[in-house]
Design a protein around this ligand. Structure first.
Ligand SMILES: [Zn+2]
Ligand SMILES: [Zn+2]
Length: 276
């Protein structure tokens, strides 16, 4: 395996969907691990971050990692208090969030309002790991580690969200969820963000056929993902943030059509590892 890879721990949108109908693609909500040589990045803290934490603890070494949040809707955050490495003072995490400064608040203040009684038994600071918070404005370029460049863009989503483009060693991958497109128009911010990327993980909650009933809900379609990667000269599309009602058979059908339209692209499922 290459030393640059992406591993999917949660691929579901909106709400976890355990059960026999989602067994193959998985029911955990958004969490994507990105390894860049020695560097560990995580995108979103949905319920998929719980098994990721268990896997990381097997190494028994102190961890340093960056957690980039697209936004704070429950499905992208609800796994955070159950990320086991947070309970160990040996580990260090830096949490990044790009849509709160424009709203006059910070990530630390916002999390403190949610991870507390009566919603959760203890505050996040009571966990032992060292946490640092980095609020930025979507659109800024970040350098979380030497040689790792993270470009960002604001997404069209109720309350705001941030799209990410990670550049490392000449390879480019993008994480773009949750975002809504306008029919017939390629979102210029997203198109610029994913320009020439090797891999684009994209919000594919709906299909084009379903989309007219859900305008304003803040999500996109896998067909728009195909149009975007074509317009931006990008490589593989990864269909992500599956609708909770989309069972395994329905995702198989999308995968078959996607393979015809865009060979080599993939429908995300838990456990999928893609090298860059
Ligand atoms: Zn979501
Ligand atoms: Zn959302």
């Amino acid at each position: 395996m290459s030393d640059v890879y992406v591993r999917f721990w949660g691929v579901r949108g909106s709400v976890p969907t355990p059960g026999p109908e989602t067994r193959r693609y998985g029911g955990n909500t958004s969490c994507v691990e990105v390894r860049l040589g020695p560097h560990r990045l995580v995108f979103d803290a949905g319920t998929g971050i719980r098994p990721l934490g268990r896997e990381w603890l097997r190494s028994r070494r102190p961890l340093t990692a960056h957690l980039f949040l697209s936004h704070l809707h429950f499905d992208h955050l609800c796994g955070l208090p159950f990320f086991a490495p947070l309970r160990d003072p040996a580990h260090r995490f830096r949490l990044w969030c790009g849509h709160l400064r424009a709203r006059g608040t910070t990530l630390a203040a916002t999390l403190a309002q949610l991870v507390c009684q009566p919603f959760f038994p203890i505050p996040l600071e009571a966990l032992a790991a060292r946490l640092e918070y980095r609020d930025f404005r979507a659109g800024e370029t970040l350098e979380p580690e030497p040689g790792v460049v993270v470009r960002t863009a604001p997404l069209r989503h109720p309350g705001g969200a941030t799209g990410y483009r990670v550049e490392y060693g000449g390879r480019i991958l993008c994480y773009v969820t949750d975002t809504e497109h306008e029919e017939g128009v390629r979102d210029p911010a997203v198109t610029a963000l994913i320009r020439d990327a090797d891999l684009v993980i994209y919000d594919c909650t709906y299909t084009d056929e379903e989309f007219p009933r859900f305008r304003g809900w803040g999500h996109s379609t896998w067909q728009e993902g195909v149009r975007l990667v074509e317009a931006a000269g990008a490589g593989r599309l990864v269909v992500f943030h599956h609708h909770p009602d989309r069972d395994d058979d329905a995702l198989d059908a999308i995968a078959a059509e996607l393979e015809r339209r865009r060979p080599g692209s993939r429908v995300a499922r838990e456990g999928l590892v893609l090298s860059l």
